[in-house]
Design a protein around this ligand. Structure first.
Ligand code: GDP
Ligand code: MN
Length: 418
């Protein structure tokens, strides 16, 4: 179970469908697992193996080394924050640097900094930068390969209006993005590709190179069980060369068992430090950026709780499912995760005990509040198996009881924002 950001390119509903919870918690789509995103430098390494032209460059977390790399390249470089989020350019994470000294200074500035973008309001800390030869860009195109679930085919998306405003193009001028489905048996034919490139108004000089590039992307997509490959911008240089100035690859997590070489990548691809910690603890947790912490058992109940908090005027900080049959120790571990998010002002606990016993949950909560420094109001609604025992255990504690989910949501919002 995993909640991820909604893809703004969803006119055909290509990505996974959104349940209700998402409408209320805005910009977040729920899927039952999350693709593994590769960093730009990893994506470029992969695509280069398929013959995709990419600018020369390397990755570092050391400003001194960035200076050396820039000196070695010997001309203007582009320094790019390697964070797994879109919109780095607008967030100030991508800049051209004319000298090695500038490359040093900007790298120093970026490492450890939190980048925030429209796509990622929570923000991500920069740990590495890519130092690459800057290319002269005459025109910026958009290219991607993804799966169209309705058509049950892979689809290539092409636009001559690439660059940092592609989301806006998708919203205001969807006709400027041409879609070309890949026949699962026959692949892409040259005439289809030529027509799609002409329809997308890709300049004639770039079309042959783009056609060959697209075939390579499709091959890389199929052979790596990719979920998405996106080149934006796909740059046309003044001397007529097409080159992938940016690259984003994500891999279908269900295929990771047969892609053992991605093991190391998967370990370092948590997008958020708390999500990373949750993954290590085996807890289904997704950070949502709000300030009301939520713990529930069962994905559906947690999503309902998110909706109720939103309806009561609050902003959910997370999705956290303690899982079925949770023991006290696990409950404590979940509370601890919530407290790692410094934006959280209140905690809502919503348990409907089936195989989960409410008395176990109550013991875990008491232990957590005994041992952890939790400085926020807590409201708990616990019903179901051993609810009476659970409520008794909590009596006299600082946990505010509630009978229904709605009441619990209203109470926590009131207390947290008081
Ligand atoms: P994103 O904003 O996270 O998608 O990062 P990009 O890698 O796409 O970079 C943002 C923008 O920076 C691009 O749309 C380009 O306009 C610009 N840019 C990136 N690399 C280069 C480069 O090598 N040369 C030039 N001139 N501009 C670049
Ligand atoms: Mn880009």
């Amino acid at each position: 179970m995993r909640v991820k950001e909604a893809n703004l390119f969803e006119p055909g509903g290509f990505r996974r469908a959104k349940p209700y919870a998402v409408e209320l918690t805005s910009l977040r789509a729920v899927s039952f697992s999350g693709p593994m995103k590769l960093h730009e430098y990893q994506s470029k390494d992969l695509l280069a193996k398929y013959g995709v032209p990419v600018p020369k460059g390397d990755v570092t977390s050391d400003p001194e080394e960035a200076r050396k790399m820039a000196a070695e390249i010997g001309k203007t470089v582009v320094i790019k924050a390697q964070v797994l989020m879109g919109g780095r350019g607008k967030a100030g994470g991508v800049k051209l640097m004319d000298t090695p000294d500038e490359a040093f200074a900007f790298t120093k500035d970026l490492i450890g900094k939190k980048l925030v973008s429209i796509q990622n309001p929570v923000g991500m800390i920069v740990e590495k930068v890519l130092v690459a030869e800057a290319i002269d860009i005459d025109k910026e195109f958009y290219l991607s390969v993804l799966m169209d679930r309705d058509e049950q085919k892979n689809v290539v998306m092409i636009s001559a209006k690439g660059g940092m405003d592609i989301e806006e193009v998708a919203a205001t001028d969807p006709g400027a993005i041409v879609r070309l489905h890949v026949d699962p048996a026959w692949g892409l034919s040259d005439y289809e590709l030529r027509k799609a490139l002409a329809d997308a108004e890709i300049p004639a000089i770039a079309r042959n190179q783009m056609a060959s590039l697209i075939k390579k992307l499709v091959k890389a997509f199929e052979e790596n069980d990719a979920d998405l490959i996106e080149i934006n911008p796909c740059a046309l240089t003044p001397d007529g060369k097409v080159i992938a100035a940016d690259a984003k690859v994500s891999i279908d997590e269900n295929a990771l068992f047969r892609l053992p070489h991605y093991k190391a990548t998967a370990d370092d691809s948590a997008e958020d430090p708390i999500e990373g910690e949750a993954a290590r603890r085996g807890i289904a947790y997704v950070r949502l950026g709000g300030d009301i912490g939520i713990i529930g058992n069962g994905a559906g109940l947690v999503m309902c709780s998110m909706d109720e908090v939103k309806a009561a005027g609050g902003n959910p900080a997370d999705f956290l499912d303690v899982g079925g049959g949770a023991q006290a120790e696990r409950v404590k571990s979940c509370v601890e995760l919530i407290t790692m998010d410094k934006n959280v002002k209140g905690l809502l606990i919503n348990i409907f005990g089936g195989i989960t016993r409410c008395d176990e949950v109550a013991k875990g909560l008491l232990a957590a509040f005994d041992e952890l420094d939790v400085n926020m109001p807590v409201v708990a609604r616990i019903e179901g198996t051993a609810a009476e025992e659970g409520k008794k255990i909590l009596e006299g504690s600082r946990i505010v009881p509630a009978t229904t989910m709605q009441e619990a949501a209203q109470k926590i919002v009131e207390l947290a924002y008081a």
